[in-house]
Design a protein around this ligand. Structure first.
Ligand code: C2E
Ligand code: CA
Ligand code: CA
Length: 718
């Protein structure tokens, strides 16, 4: 699973993919297809168009009771396939989940694990595809098409197209135009800079067509329905063409473009059946577009990007830029998610225009972009990077008189022909990280990938600083209360311990200032051990009263600590030596900065309840000795659950899954009484967040928890 940043926007299918992985640890890639076996969405790294073949049998063998099956791909990978249906049992499409090789479990077990998330997916698919829901089934469209004899062939040919390129769209348009006996076809989606025209017309006629298309676009935008002109007047004279057009709609149902066919005025009239074919082709065209482009920015999505980028690299040397917006979280927090989205959109446009027409630009994840510049030297790539920096620095976000500067960090690298994209991307990303660490809003380059592994690239100073801070005890622990949501008295049942660093000027630095650097320098295990020792030292004098109060302390454990396999032993030893019971602690795992607590849950569930599905869990297996029994619901969902339907359905799905698994749920980032109330309704047991209690030094929290604690002894650790 790749890192997404914590500020990644909630939306689309990605959160459900995280949920699937959480509920079903053997899940690998996930793909969602519509009724026409068009790919609606897929998770990163999904490279199996051959799964389509498995889907062909979907409807035949899908039974309402079973609702899923496990099959092997031709190459022997097990995949779980389930139909997705609307509440009224209308088929919506299918979900295909690749499982780890050797994964065990019957389809019905998989279905029962995935039920909550399948419910969510069905709701989302139904909502996002109103057109598909009311669309004629392919069979119906084909029947109408057969009126003209040519239609059947047309549609089947389209199905065989390679859909990953706009050439597929051009091909689709050409077929449609010719098979329907037209002289010109046009497919226009202005906001994607997409204008495909296929025509037999001469240049004079073309100028006329150009003007007509603009009018048509305005008309379909206004009227939002198909239009047929079989007889009409244009400027007093008879129109030289018969015209049939229909609107093209984006995933939100907004009209974003137009599909139009022109037939000579002497030819047959357009008939109703042909309008339906046109609409069907229009939906197919949009499905192709949706699967290729990111809805927010209009840039190619990662899936398409990876394929096209590798093709470019195979052909010629290229430069790669990695662009990451600085502090998007601050923008989101200050001005709301809408503002964050707007900044992302504007930066996307700047990157695109700085990179030029020959560049391939993609939004990789929330606020991160990649650019492939074919046949480009490092010199030129740096200039383009500089232009991106310059343009974004002009981009202040203004809102209600408040202004926030916008900046990006850029990493650049170059690769020879046939270089592998992942290597170049990783190098560019690393360069970008360096740019961030060096103060952000700047460009860093790595021009020799080969040297990466050998030359020490660390910023030794920062590493030394951190090591020194650990030695000199410049860190301290804050504790944030975790409270019961059921009783309205909000009883504190535990605390999450959060590490803080005291800066040179005495300021307190939160983990976002040092946690990534720790990970990069391999210091995370040292930090985690420090946190455990600090907690033990602080708690030890109060063990008796703490045990009486049944309160627990949650420590964050880094991925590196888990991987090193020494943390568990260290924790057990340290607690035993201090005479503290294990029951006083729980441990929070975070697989990456991003999947945050979903990752925690995944790891916990893997270990605790789902051994049957497990594979490749060796690095986590030793954790079984630690008490793990709750599920943390990620703050990015909780925070937004009252305003974001998807976020709410995710929280509710996790809550239901947790009940099934007998796990206690903790919702983090509870920022308001209203959210707490909604969580209560969803039967979420525990909550944590600014509304319920801010993080404060552990000692101060303890003093509240244990009013009788001997102050004199506590003050030794002030
Ligand atoms: P986390 O585990 O997700 O911790 C919760 C973070 O959310 C904390 O940020 C906390 O201050 C913040 N938070 C709490 N309530 C709210 C709320 O209502 N709204 C919002 N927006 N935020 C809230 P903090 O303290 O900056 O910690 C950041 C991350 O650093 C933690 O994320 C944790 O993963 C990591 N971390 C902290 N201490 C340690 C440590 O000792 N070891 C390791 N490996 N990681 C640590
Ligand atoms: Ca945590
Ligand atoms: Ca979190």
């Amino acid at each position: 699973m790749r890192a997404n940043s914590d500020d990644s926007a909630v939306g689309g299918y990605a959160p459900y993919a995280q949920l699937v992985k959480m509920l079903l640890p053997s899940a690998r890639c996930i793909a969602i297809y519509d009724n026409y076996t068009e790919l609606v969405w897929c998770s990163e790294g999904f490279e199996r168009p051959d799964l389509r073949a498995l889907l062909e049998h979907q409807h035949a063998s899908d039974t309402v009771a079973g609702r899923g099956r496990v099959e092997n791909t031709p190459s022997g990978t097990p995949v779980f396939i389930s139909a997705l249906r609307a509440a009224d049992a209308r088929p919506l499409g299918s979900v295909v989940i690749e499982l780890a090789a050797g994964a065990r479990g019957t389809p019905s077990m998989v279905v029962s694990m995935l039920r909550p998330v399948l419910d969510c997916l069905e709701r989302l698919l139904d909502l996002e595809q109103p057109a598909a829901a009311s669309a004629p089934q392919p069979a119906a469209a084909l029947a109408t098409a057969s009126e003209r004899g040519a239609g059947v062939e047309l549609l089947l040919k389209v199905d065989e197209q390679d859909r990953e390129d706009t050439s597929a769209l051009a091909e689709l348009l050409r077929h449609t135009t010719r098979e329907l006996g037209c002289v010109t076809g046009a497919l226009l989606v202005p906001d994607k800079h997409l204008e495909i025209v296929w025509t037999e017309a001469n240049s004079e006629e073309r100028a006329h067509l150009d003007r007509t298309q603009k009018h048509l676009l305005a008309w379909v935008r206004l009227n939002n329905r198909p239009m047929v002109v079989n007889r009409g007047v244009a400027g007093g004279a008879e129109a030289p063409y018969k015209i049939m057009s229909c609107p093209l709609r984006d995933a939100h149902g907004r009209v974003t473009g137009l599909l139009a066919l022109f037939r000579a005025s002497t030819a047959e009239d357009f008939v109703e059946g042909e309008v339906r074919i046109l609409e069907f082709v229009g939906r197919k065209a949009m499905a192709v577009l949706h699967s290729e482009y990111d809805a927010l920015t209009g840039l190619t999505n990662r899936f398409i990007f990876e394929r096209r980028a590798q093709r470019l690299l195979d052909a010629a040397p290229a430069a790669v830029l990695y662009v990451d917006i600085d502090k998007i979280a601050t923008i989101n927090e200050t001005f709301g998610l809408g503002a964050g989205d707007e900044v992302i959109q504007r930066v996307a446009a700047l990157v695109q225009s700085a990179a030029g027409a020959t560049a391939l630009v993609s939004r990789l994840a929330s606020d991160r972009f990649a650019v492939v510049l074919p046949e480009c030297t490092m010199g030129v790539a740096s200039e383009i990077g500089g232009a991106i920096l310059g343009a974004t620095s002009q981009l202040g976000y203004l809102h209600d008189g408040e202004a926030l500067p916008v900046s990006v960090s850029v990493g650049a690298t170059v690769g020879a022909a046939r270089a592998r994209l992942p290597h170049l991307l990783a190098a560019a990303e690393l360069a970008c990280k360096r740019a961030k660490r060096a103060g952000a809003g700047r460009l860093e380059i790595i021009d020799d990938i080969g040297s990466l592994t050998s030359a020490p690239t660390r910023q030794t100073l920062a590493a030394v600083d951190l090591e020194e801070a650990l030695r000199a005890n410049q860190f301290h622990l804050d504790a944030q209360p975790i409270v019961g949501l059921r009783a309205r008295t909000s009883e504190t049942v535990g605390y999450e311990l959060l590490t803080r660093l005291r800066g040179p000027a005495g300021e307190v630095l939160a983990p976002d200032k040092f946690i990534d650097a720790c990970a990069e320098y391999g210091l995370s295990p040292a930090l985690d051990r420090w946190a455990l020792c600090a907690a033990v030292e602080t708690l030890r004098p109060h063990v008796q009263s703490l045990l009486g109060s049944n309160v627990f302390f949650a420590l964050n454990v880094s991925a590196q600590s888990l991987e090193s396999r020494k943390y568990t032993a260290f924790a057990l030893d340290t607690l035993a030596a201090a005479g503290l019971p294990m029951s006083l602690f729980t441990f929070e795992l975070k697989e990456s900065v991003a999947v945050a607590n979903l990752g925690v849950a995944e790891a916990f569930i893997r270990d605790m309840t789902l051994d049957d599905f497990g594979s490749g869990l060796s690095s986590l297996a030793h954790l079984r000795q630690l008490p793990v029994s709750y599920l943390k619901i990620d703050g990015q969902f909780v925070r937004r659950m009252l305003t974001d339907r998807i976020a709410e359905s995710i929280v509710s799905a996790i809550a239901r899954a947790a009940h099934t698994l007998n796990l206690v749920t903790i919702a983090e980032h509870v920022e308001s009484a209203a959210v707490a109330e909604r969580l209560r309704e969803l039967d979420v047991l525990l909550g944590q967040g600014f509304h319920l209690g801010r993080p404060a030094p552990l000692l101060a929290q303890l003093l509240q928890q244990l009013p009788a604690a001997p102050v004199a002894r506590l003050s030794t650790r002030a």
